[in-house]
Design a protein around this ligand. Structure first.
Ligand code: NAD
Length: 337
């Protein structure tokens, strides 16, 4: 069979909220053939009575499935690095690892070292799907086309109402998650700030646990600075109405991105452009209704890469490294304050 024409065989480790969402976004070029979870209920929710899909309780065993092209890893964060290292050693199946990618900075440093020393043919990509939202892609194009002028600063708010049981769940326990809201949603704000403004060299922050009775933070206030640009960010587990708001300010206007579909509201991009001799900015609104688009586009890009000679794995690993470099500085300083 012509290899280019066959569907890519996909396995999923971790069939929770995101594993299930990924299974619905494989598109026309991917086929789910194997799943793994410690919970039988979660496995069944993803398999949907398709008995051709092989199931596993132990994640190591899914690596023995023949002709698997991609493993999607969407488990709690404490397992990510172990599975990546195992996958690199096996050198057989490409890995798509959900954000944050690892649990902490030291894990990504070790993985980068291993990846640089071991000759491997597998490709690795990390799930930072926010970069694939249509509004974010359009914003990048508008900025590149000089629609708002030289960038000055970005303001970002991301939050949900959390869960009163976080103390008992993996997300609220540092040994499983690596941290609280900073690692949960804060990392998306950091990643997007770097995507738009580049790297930062100064960090001011406040981490707070206002309400959740967890040892990890439920609110993160951040100011990331480079010589000429600032990202001013707030991520929260007490944002009672789910919210995503990214505003990017240039010297000639601003771009406002609101929502990502579902409980976060319809995804919208508004361009405000200052025009000579006009007091009010020109306003243009674009609405995006496919709330799964970013999840699909991200995987489609990986499929293309797998079928080509291109290999962005090092760049992808470096991106996780840069996100965690910031997170590490925050946790380190916070622990000593
Ligand atoms: N990109 C995004 O916007 C986004 C949003 C939410 C979560 N995430 C990320 O997705 C990942 C999963 O989050 P979630 O919300 O789906 O969590 P979840 O708790 O709903 O799912 C995790 C699943 O992993 C399973 N699991 C635990 N231990 C396992 C093991 N040893 N072997 C196999 N399976 C195991 C659990 O049973 C559960 O079904 C995390 O990395 C999270 O940060 C990304």
């Amino acid at each position: 069979m012509n290899k280019k024409k066959r569907l890519l065989n996909i396995g999923i480790i971790g069939c929770g909220l995101i594993g299930k969402k990924r299974s619905l976004c494989l598109g026309k070029k991917g086929k789910l053939v194997a799943v793994c979870d410690v919970s039988q209920k979660r496995i069944q929710e993803v398999k949907k009575k398709n008995n051709k899909i092989i199931e596993f309780k132990n994640w190591k065993n899914i690596f023995s499935v023949k002709n698997l092209d991609i493993l999607i890893i969407s488990t709690p964060h404490n397992l990510l690095a172990r599975i990546i290292k195992f996958g690199i050693k096996k050198n057989k199946i490409n890995l798509f690892v959900e954000k944050p990618g690892v649990k902490n900075f030291s894990e990504i440093k070790k993985i980068l070292k291993i990846y640089n020393h071991v000759k491997t043919k597998i490709k690795i990509k990390f799930g930072f799907n926010h970069r694939y939202h249509e509004s974010i892609i359009l914003a990048k194009q508008l900025i590149q086309n000089n629609q708002i002028g030289k960038l000055m600063y970005l303001r970002g708010v991301y939050g949900h109402g959390g869960n009163k049981d976080y103390k008992k769940e993996w997300r609220g326990r540092k040994e499983y998650s690596g941290g609280g809201e900073l690692v949960d949603q804060g990392i998306h704000l950091i990643d997007l700030s770097r995507f738009f403004l580049g790297e930062f060299n100064s960090i001011k922050f406040n981490l707070n646990t206002f309400l959740r009775n967890t040892k990890v933070e439920d609110n993160v206030f951040l100011m990331l600075k480079s010589k000429k640009k600032i990202a001013f960010l707030h991520a929260s587990w007490t944002e009672w109405k789910n919210k995503l708001l990214i505003e990017i300010f240039g010297k000639k206007g601003k771009i406002e991105i609101y929502g990502k579909g579902g409980s976060y509201g319809t995804e919208t991009l508004t361009l405000y452009k200052m025009i000579k001799n006009r007091e009010k900015p020109l306003k243009k609104v674009k609405v995006f209704r496919d709330s799964l688009r970013s999840w699909k586009s991200e995987l489609e890009e990986f499929y293309k890469e797998i079928r080509s000679k291109k290999n962005s794995s090092k760049k992808n690993l470096k991106n996780v490294y840069e996100n965690f470099k910031i997170i590490n500085q925050i946790y380190k300083k916070n622990d000593h304050s």
